[in-house]
Structures are given as C-alpha cells and as structure tokens.
Design a protein. Structure first.
Length: 268
C-alpha cells in the first residue's frame, strides 16, 4: 500500500495487528469466519499501482492464500488494462493457472471508466471477452471512495450499461449499489439486465431500505457483503445481525444472506 493509504487503514482499524495475522495465516482467518458465522468468503483484490499501491502480485498472493481452503475461500483477482502488455495471456494465467474465480474492477482506484474500450482501450475489451468466455464474473466498484487519490466520477454505474449490452453473457456484480449517489441507477440496471447482480457491501445494513426501498423485488439478485476489513467496517457478524433486524420477509433475508450467492457461485 502507499503510505497514506496504509496510515488511513490503521486509523480506521484499531486492531490492525490482528488483521495482519489473518492476512498472513489462512488458518487464523478461517477461525475468524467460524466465529462470525460465515460459510464462504470472497477475498477481493485488485491492481491499483498509482492510487492504492496494489501491484499485479496481489493475484498470486490471493490464489496461494485461498489454496488453504478452496471450498470456503474464493480468490478474486484483477488486471489493470492500462498496465498489462498481453491481456489475453494474463487472463489465461489468472484463470487457468492461478484459479482466480472472479475479477474486480475498481474504476475510482484504477482511474478508468468501465466502458473505456469504446474509446480505444482494447485491453479492457479483451478482459471482458475472456471473462465472458471463461464464465468468470466481474465485480465493479460503484459509488464513492474515501481514499486520497480516488476519483469518484469513474464509478457511476451508468457506464456499466454499455458493458452489459456489449457483453451479454458476462456475469456482472455492482459492488455497493452505487452508494450513496447512484442507487436509483443501480436499481434500474438490475431490473433491465438479467446478467447484473447487486452486492450490498460498504454501507450499514440498517440503511438498506433507505437506499433500496424495493429490495425485496430484487432479492434473488442481491448478495450480502461487508467490505470488511475496509475503513469503517468493524464486524461481519454485526452486519449480519443488523440485516436480520430489517422489516423484510424471512425469505428475502435468506436470499440476500445465503441463497443468491449460493446459486451464483454454482455457476463459476
């Protein structure tokens, strides 16, 4: 991480040394999941050398880490289309050699629009095409970011409309649902496109009905997430409990907390 990013993370997570112990030892992390009541976890990583300091080596790191429990840990990797020489070969390496199960695109931290292939960024189109071919979903960050060099303008989910049209078999997840600026856009995309799903991480579950008043109508396309251990997210279990307190049906709660993700993961 860049120094200012690391410093911000330490300030937001007082027990930072414990986080390091979980990152260094998968066995410790699995115990933590047991304590939090989590069956499977998607471990999301992405390449952002200029904003966050995350290098291409994050892919190898997370692939090796998840080998400790491939039935429970889902490795999520990344390719930065502006920093890759051969996107096709790199995709083959990530999927066929490393076993990466999902890709993360973070427009605000990669300083790139999701549809920049329309302006000539060919590597981005190759990544999408290969992900579609392999059946590897792509999770797009949508909404704001608090990190110093992040630029929020790139993460308006409306730009993902082009991706959904041009790559109709690509499985797409809208991380954070565009919060707190573009929830209506995210909801529209979910209703329009069969291949778009929602991840509700990154905001307190108590705000879910404020952001998505009609969440029950899209429960079959909505997956629980926490963004833990991101800044401000202290507990996975607390977020689970908060969601269970919402005035929605038990069926919708189960879909969001378990069934949607279970069905989604069967396809990757």
């Amino acid at each position: 991480m860049k120094p200012q990013v690391l410093e911000g993370w330490k300030k937001s997570q007082p027990d930072f040394d414990k986080l390091l112990s979980l990152a260094e030892n998968p066995a410790n992390f699995l115990k933590h999941l047991d304590q939090e009541g989590v069956e499977k976890a998607a471990l999301i990583n992405y390449v952002s050398p200029d904003v966050m300091g995350f290098s291409d080596e994050t892919n190898e790191f997370i692939a090796n880490y998840c080998k400790a429990a491939p039935d429970r840990l889902i490795p999520v990797g990344s390719i930065h289309p502006k920093f890759v020489q051969d996107a096709s070969s790199r995709m083959a390496h990530l999927v066929e050699t490393l076993g990466i199960k999902m890709l993360k695109v973070h427009p605000s931290h990669q300083l790139i629009y999701p549809n920049e292939y329309l302006s000539g960024l060919e590597a981005q189109a190759v990544i999408y095409e290969k992900a579609q071919k392999y059946g590897v979903p792509i999770m797009f960050h949508t909404g704001t970011s608090i990190f110093p060099a992040a630029r929020t303008k790139y993460s308006d989910p409306i730009y993902i409309e082009d991706v959904a049209i041009d790559f109709p078999k690509l499985k797409i997840i809208l991380a954070h649902g565009g919060r707190p600026l573009w929830m209506e856009t995210a909801f529209f995309l979910l209703r329009r496109f069969q291949n778009i799903y929602l991840d509700i991480s990154g905001f307190p579950p108590k705000n879910l009905l404020e952001y998505f008043p009609k969440i029950e109508s899209i429960a079959t396309k909505t997956m629980f997430g926490t963004d833990w251990p991101g800044p401000g997210v202290r507990s996975i279990r607390a977020n689970i409990d908060a969601l269970r307190e919402l005035p929605i049906s038990d069926q919708s709660k189960r879909m969001i907390l378990y069934d949607t993700a279970r069905e989604f993961l069967k396809k990757i």
